[in-house]
Write a protein that binds this ligand. Structure first.
Ligand code: WTA
Length: 635
């Protein structure tokens, strides 16, 4: 019998040992007993971190949607698979049963086929959090097309770059989206993007807001009539274990976003297994993850992980502040949510508001609380624990990444004793290592270093779309034979891990990863700008906010500084999206540089954080005098 459901600490240690000592036997048992396969694998694992090449369940054939939908039909046809909670609380929620989900996904799969999408094609999905988003994702998986979901807050430039990078030939979008009081014009953003995307042959448009939009003849089609006319059954495509399931873009240290490629079998096994244990999901529970499906958290823990377990998963279209700051708790009460998974930035924002917003509602259904996306600070942890969990719902602080596909380090609720700000212990099968500057593994406890993973796990990304060299260089060359996460971590006296934050040029703002390079590139395109550097500084709601140091070109008349600041942020909004806007912009005459010409961000970070007691050695700088000037005028 496999250990699919871990219930106490001793069992965790025993299963963990087995997963590390005999990983192939361990994962084979899980895969065999809890999933349906069209064909069995020949080999459980084949790997080489030097190439790097990772293959799980090679030779197997499956379709992930048969595991997420079809196999539940005999027992759960009338059970709710997805609860859709709209932006406007006056609009009724939808309860989509497994039977209905099957029908919707099959219709969508037929529509995609009729519109010419084939196995292996890339389909871009740019939709708000409406049921069609889930149907579209699953329909792609059902026909073997590779979905590339782009968060519907990205600008047309960012969208176009993602469409072109993986050469999508179709995009699925909507006429508009609701976000709190706002109505956003999604189709217009798509229209602008498509001016530079010659590969897109078809645009399917879901109707949501009734915005007046323009439809290009022969290219743009309303989705609903096509769905109504489509056949309500569809034989799922046979997929090889290592066929790509989806591409999801994440920011990197250089300008171009990285299209992380996840494959079918390993991703399914690991997201399902982590979901079951880390949320201690029991049949009949209602689970709610507040993330957007445009991020990995939504892929793995709104769609695939929960549905593979036959769970009821809630999809929320709105925002935590609309119609007021009690919305999350109103939804918890209304749907009797048992597991609630959100981001520290949301917790911090809500903690600033009156406690009445929480206390008004009956939260007694809650059993497990989760946190993801950035380190959760102690204050936010206690607020969440006391006011939402009433001290009785364990908080799972889950550390993982777009690249890892599933949760890597996390407590198991009611199993692992929690400690504020600690992600605690590695999940089953995960072998973390802390590395020092010399590239050696640091053993023992009460140590800190750079976080690596020593052994493959089933849901790791297999490559960066179209750029395997970049995949190797980014993740596998810093430390030999190890996957490098880009994060720093410490291990305390009992072996618990605490994530201390990024050690590269990625800054996490409100839980979103932002690479400094693309933002700097965008600023530098402003005609008045000569050069710029971005760093993060602590912010009490966003976790980090962005601080830009900008050198202007000294030509022509002197421009109004505040106008320039607005223009720079406008430029960033257009090229990347509003999430990448700078909170502070300081105009400087120079940037501190090493003799080899590299910007010393360490110094800028200290100035931006107002932590200038010890600036370290600046004597090696090319231009040490500039530090004093920047410091004196800092914002
Ligand atoms: C950070 C999100 C501390 C980390 C699933 C990681 C965290 C990056 C935590 C990945 C956590 C995520 N504690 N830091 N519990 N969870 N991070 O790709 O820096 O959007 O490398 O995946 O978020 O962000 P991504």
């Amino acid at each position: 019998m496999s250990n699919y459901h871990i219930k106490h600490l001793e069992e965790y240690f025993q299963v963990y040992r087995k997963s590390v000592q005999r990983p192939e036997t361990f994962w084979e048992e899980i895969a065999e007993e809890h999933f349906v396969w069209r064909k069995r694998w020949n080999k459980v694992l084949d790997w080489d971190f030097k190439k790097p090449e990772i293959k799980w369940f090679e030779g197997a054939e499956l379709n992930i949607t048969e595991n997420c939908i079809d196999r539940h039909l005999p027992t759960r046809k009338n059970k709710t698979a997805i609860i859709f909670e709209p932006n406007n609380p006056e609009e009724p929620a939808q309860h989509i049963t497994y039977g209905k989900l099957h029908e919707k996904v099959c219709r969508m799969a037929n529509v995609l086929k009729e519109q010419g999408v084939k196995k292996g094609d890339r389909v871009c999905i740019y939709l708000p959090m409406i049921p069609e988003l889930a149907y579209a994702v699953l329909a792609c998986a059902r026909i073997g097309a590779i979905h590339s979901v782009v968060f519907a807050g990205f600008s047309s430039n960012a969208l176009a770059a993602r469409i072109n990078d993986c050469e999508c030939n179709m995009i699925i979008t909507s006429d508009g989206s609701y976000r709190g009081k706002k109505v956003l014009d999604l189709k217009k953003i798509v229209d602008v993007a498509l001016k530079t995307c010659p590969g897109i042959k078809k645009v399917l448009v879901a109707k949501r807001t009734g915005n007046k939009i323009s439809m290009k003849k022969d290219r743009d089609l309303w989705l609903q009539p096509l769905l109504d006319n489509a056949y309500a059954d569809f034989d799922a495509e046979r997929m090889a274990a290592e066929d790509p399931l989806f591409i999801l873009y994440t920011s990197g240290s250089t300008g171009k976003p990285k299209g992380m490629v996840h494959t079918c079998a390993g991703y399914m096994v690991y997201t399902a297994y982590t979901f079951k244990n880390i949320f201690q999901y029991k049949d009949g529970d209602v689970y709610w993850c507040t993330a957007d499906i445009g991020w990995i958290t939504g892929h793995s823990y709104i769609i695939y992980g929960p549905l593979a377990n036959g769970a009821t998963t809630l999809m929320f279209e709105g925002v935590p502040s609309y119609p007021d700051y009690g919305r999350f708790w109103e939804v918890v009460q209304k749907h009797k949510v048992n597991q609630f998974y959100t981001a520290p930035t949301a917790i911090r924002a809500l903690a600033k508001e009156n406690l009445d917003y929480v206390e008004k509602y009956d939260l007694s259904s809650l059993r497990v609380l989760g946190s993801v996306g950035e380190p959760i600070n102690e204050e936010a942890w206690h607020w969440y624990n006391n006011n939402v969990g009433k001290g009785k719902s364990p908080i799972v602080d889950t550390w993982w990444q777009t690249e890892t596909g599933g949760i890597m380090i996390s407590p198991i609720p009611f199993v692992t004793p929690t400690t504020p700000t600690y992600a605690t212990l590695p999940f089953i099968g995960i072998q973390p290592a802390l590395m020092n500057e010399e590239g050696k593994e640091i053993s023992g406890v009460q140590v800190d270093g750079r976080l690596c993973i020593k052994f493959p796990w089933p849901s790791m990304a297999r490559t960066i779309w179209g750029n395997h060299d970049r995949y190797r260089d980014t993740y596998f060359t810093a430390y030999e034979d190890k996957y490098f996460t880009g994060d720093g971590a410490l291990r305390d006296a009992v072996g618990y891990y605490r994530i201390t934050g990024r050690v590269d040029d990625v800054i996490i703002v409100s839980g979103h990863n932002l690479g400094t390079a693309p933002i700097e590139d965008s600023i530098n395109e402003h005609p008045a700008v000569a050069e710029s550097a971005i760093v993060g500084f602590p912010h009490d709601v966003k976790g980090n906010a962005l601080y830009g140091f900008v050198i202007l070109k000294e030509v022509g008349e002197v421009r109004d500084r505040d106008n320039l600041r607005k223009e720079i942020n406008q430029q960033i909004t257009e090229q990347i999206g509003p999430i990448a806007k700078l909170d502070k912009i300081q105009f400087v005459s120079g940037l501190p540089k090493t003799r080899s010409g590299k910007i010393m961000r360490r110094i800028l970070r200290k100035i931006a954080s107002k932590d200038t007691s010890n600036m370290g050695d600046i004597s090696t700088l090319l231009n040490p005098e500039v530090v004093e000037e920047i410091h004196k005028n800092s914002l």
